[in-house]
Structures are given as C-alpha cells and as structure tokens.
Design a protein around this ligand. Structure first.
Ligand SMILES: [Fe+2]
Length: 410
C-alpha cells in the first residue's frame, strides 16, 4: 500500500467504485470497522447513518462496481429527460374509452394492486424472495388503464380506507406518477418504469417497527431517524429483486431534496435525478392529501400550496409547475359543492376552462340524501350550475367510499 495513493475525503464524496482503507472521522460512540470495496450506494448510506463523516480511500484500488449501470449513450439520456412541447407529444396508440366504461376495470385493478402490495410487503418482512414479474405486469396494466382513460384510476386515488395507508399510498404514487409522466410526454417505457418505481418506493417501510410506522401523530427526532431507514431497507429489498439500477435510484431519491436536507444521502441539486425529482413531488402530494387514522387529509389546493412554498428550495420549479397543471385546480376524484346545493365528484378536466370541469353530481344538501349520479359539463353553454368551492367528504359526513363502490364502480 503506497501512502501517496491514500486520500482523505468527505463521506459525501464517497461513491461506489472506491476502496475505503479506513474511517477517518466519525460522530458518536459506535465503532465502525470498515475496510473494503464500496460496491453500492447503500454502503455509503449505511456509513453515513452510523455517523461516519470522512474516510481514507486508496485511489490505487478503484474498481468498477458490479452493480453500476452501463453507461448510457448521451443521446438516450437527453431523450429520456426531455420534456416535449405539447405539439411534439406522440399520438396516443391505445383506444380511448369513456370514464364509465373504464371505472369498473380500474376498480378491479386498484383492488388487485392493494393485494399485490400486501403480499410483497409480507415477503419483504419475512425475507422471502419476491418475483418482480408480478408488480411489473401490474404496472403495465395500470398504465394501460391510464392510456385508455386516466380519470378512472385518478378518482380511485381518492378512495381511502383509513387502515390501508401504506398499501394505498404506494398505489396512489404509482398512479399519480404515471399520470404525471404521461402528461409531460415521457415515452411509454419510462411511464411504466415510473409506475413500478412508485408502486415499490416505500417497500422498506415494512421493516420499520409498527409502533413508529403506525404512530398516530408526529414522530420524535429519534423515531424519525429510525423511520428514515425505510429508504435504505427498500433499496436493499429491490436489489434482491434484481430490478434496473435506474429504478433503484428513483426509489432511493424519493426523500432527497434539492437543498441537501433530504435523506438518506443528503444529495443536492443535480445529484438528484430527473425521475427522483418527479417522485419526491408526487410522494409529498399524496402523503399530504391522504386521510390517516389520526387526521383527515388536506384538500389538494392546500397540499399544492405547501409544495409551492418549498419550491425551488426543495423541489424542482419547472416540475412542480407542470405537476400543478397536471393535477388541476379541481383534481379528478375530488369533491366540489355546486351552487345549487349539491355535491359532485370531478371526473374530467376542461383544459381551456380549469374552473369548469366535468362533474358527476351524486348528493343533495337539501335534505342530505344521495341522488342518481348525473354527469354535467360545467363548461357547456347549457350548464346552469357552477362550482362554489372544493370540499371534503368528511365536511358533510358523506360515506363517499361506499357510494362509489355501489353506484359508480359497478
Ligand atoms: Fe418514503
């Protein structure tokens, strides 16, 4: 070992392919005996977690990590992150169908997604192998439904069972991320890849103790530190499933923030991939709007305001703007009160009239009873009603889930 090849570097500069000779600096009392190859990012994350702040690397022992992604041709990389203008969007290949025709299929798919997610989580918890072909096939079907009519699955993201947060959040991130990817014109293969990344992104949470994972209310700093491990646990589980490195990176970056205050690696700016920036926006949006056992989800408009407040510090400005456009002022699946004292669900955006979506009226506040669902295009000249405000089902004690199952998703 020649001493002139030994270099002290910050843990933030340690990358797969380097050889660690010894730990140079570390916080805390935990002794880390780490000498050897850094074969993957998870090792760096693990060292950071143990308080290591600097290491001595031997530059003469650099190597090509086995799990390094093959170098991507520059043209391909540029194409993948290019956001086409609306004019350059490829023509949809799949046949479009109506909301009413798609909603029953989407409902079955949504239920299937929850059961696949449940099985995968159980396998990861028990350390059993998971066949990636199952969630992969599911993600393709999910994108198929979005291609035919995105509004059916988007409505289903609003159907929440309070005890199923983990299952539904993963499914919703898959749906919202695929929809977002399609909205900005990414190619089909990438849309499917992002759907699968969303579906798998929180899989490591199953390794977090229940009392922290299901704690009603805010986590303490110490509990938060434990919770943060879910990303590294997730990466480890995904590596065993042998999925492409680019997807592992997307999943691994869903809690990274542009200002460097995210986790697990505290990456900054360009260190976070384009897809990592996308998933972080979608993940936060769904988490904020979700109903939990201990609190009702916030209205979409408020969640989008919070995202905007943290932009551009934490989130990519251009992507947040596009996401807000994609979600719309009144998101598909959300409820609105109309000025004739009825409650309706938004089922379609009108691009030219964002304040006048197509809605499905289903509840009358005069007498508080359900009415036969009726579609109204609020942008039509013949429409006699308009949106008064966005509302939540909980504001009116409406069991929207049951109604949706019985009357809409038949
Ligand atoms: Fe997460």
């Amino acid at each position: 070992m020649a001493s002139d090849t030994l270099v002290k570097i910050s843990i933030n500069d340690l990358k797969p392919g380097m050889y660690v000779e010894k730990i140079a600096e570390q916080k805390g009392n935990l002794q880390v005996a780490s000498r050897g190859k850094v074969t993957k990012r998870a090792i760096v994350a693990s060292l950071k977690k143990r308080g290591v702040t600097a290491v001595i690397v031997d530059t003469s022992k650099q190597f090509i990590p086995e799990d390094a992604p093959p170098p991507e041709p520059i043209e391909q990389a540029v194409h993948d992150i290019e956001i086409p203008t609306p004019e350059s969007k490829p023509e949809p290949v799949r046949k479009k169908v109506t909301f009413d025709d798609e909603v029953a299929i989407a409902n079955k798919l949504h239920k299937k997604g929850k059961s696949i997610q449940k099985r995968m989580l159980s396998n990861v918890a028990k350390g059993l192998p998971t066949d990636i072909a199952v969630p992969e096939e599911f993600s393709k079907n999910l994108v198929g439904s979005i291609d035919r009519n995105p509004n059916a699955l988007l409505c289903l993201t609003k159907i929440r069972e309070k005890d199923d947060y983990l299952l539904e959040h993963s499914l919703n991130v898959a749906i919202l991320l695929a929809n977002f990817a399609q909205y900005i014109g990414l190619k089909e293969e990438i849309v499917q890849e992002l759907a699968l990344s969303g579906f798998l992104h929180d899989i490591g949470k199953i390794k977090i103790p229940d009392k922290i994972l299901h704690k009603p209310g805010r986590l303490t700093d110490q509990e938060m530190n434990v919770m943060r491990d879910h990303v590294v646990f997730g990466i480890e589980a995904l590596r065993e499933m042998d999925i492409p490195e680019r997807m592992i990176r997307t999943v691994g970056e869903h809690h990274e923030r542009l200002d460097g205050f995210g986790y697990p690696e505290g990456k900054r700016d360009d260190e976070i991939s384009f897809y990592g920036r996308m998933i972080s926006i979608v993940d936060v949006y769904d988490a904020l709007t979700a109903d939990r056992v201990y609190k009702a989800g916030m209205p979409s408009q408020k969640a989008l305001q919070i995202l905007l407040k943290d932009t551009p510090d934490k989130y990519d400005r251009e992507l947040v703007q596009k996401f807000i456009k994609c979600i719309g002022i009144y998101p598909v699946g959300s409820l609105v009160k109309l000025n004739d004292e009825t409650i309706a669900m938004v089922v379609k955006h009108n691009e030219d009239s964002p304040l006048k979506p197509v809605v499905k009226v289903f509840y009358s506040l005069k007498g508080n009873h359900y009415v036969a669902p009726q579609d109204i295009n609020l942008a039509a000249k013949t429409a006699k009603v308009s949106v008064e405000k966005a509302v939540l089902a909980s504001d009116y004690k409406i069991d929207f889930n049951a109604f949706f199952e019985e009357k809409i998703a038949i």
